[in-house]
Design a protein around this ligand. Sequence first.
Ligand SMILES: N[C@@H](CCC(=O)N[C@@H](CS)C(=O)NCC(=O)O)C(=O)O
Length: 210
Amino acid sequence: MSTAPIRLHRFALSGHAHRVQLFLSLLGLPHEIVEVDLARGEHKQPGFLAKNPFGQVPVIEDGALTLADSNAILVYLASRYDDSGRWLPRTPEGAAEVQRWLSVAAGQLAAGPATARVEVLFNRPRDPKRHEIAKQLFTLMEAHLAAQPFLAGAAPTIADIAMYTYTAHAPEGGVSLQPYPQLRAWLARIEALPGFVGMTRRPDASPLTD
Ligand SMILES: N[C@@H](CCC(=O)N[C@@H](CS)C(=O)NCC(=O)O)C(=O)O
């Protein structure tokens, strides 16, 4: 384990990178942020590809370890730095329940609200399917969160961290959160956690409350 700050390579508008920044902050881990200029293609240059051959942010460097992929990084940080096991339960059932939501974060959340947001922010062609996926996902989460305060049970875990950013920022992609009061209450519970830090937003972005 290193005593130097963890370096987070990120792009300020990347929700995948933000989920890592949020968790570093919630854990109170010293870290420094290295901006990767996606607009100028820095992530496809040899220096960055040496850290992540997939050419994507986020990447962390923790001492001798270089690690890419937001969900892999959440698992690493929880396993290494959270002695309580609170953020990534160690029971087979608890760990599996968290993994279920990490899969949703890499699946429906990325394909639905996250991609709808990218289409708007970067002026790309709009695919209505993104909104259909988002609505299906948020309807399911609304019912799930009516029965329990956090995605994997009574306490926050990395499942919530992985799912937070692109849900909170869905209105930037034209996906309203108004029909989902349980979802909005869950977002507020995460935002109330000590150490919470939000994602940078473009000054011209649409409001998060819609
Ligand atoms: N599975 C990856 C996805 C990361 C990802 O999609 N990063 C985007 C920014 S949000 C990126 O770097 N895109 C640039 C590219 O793919 O060329 C993770 O969870 O970290």
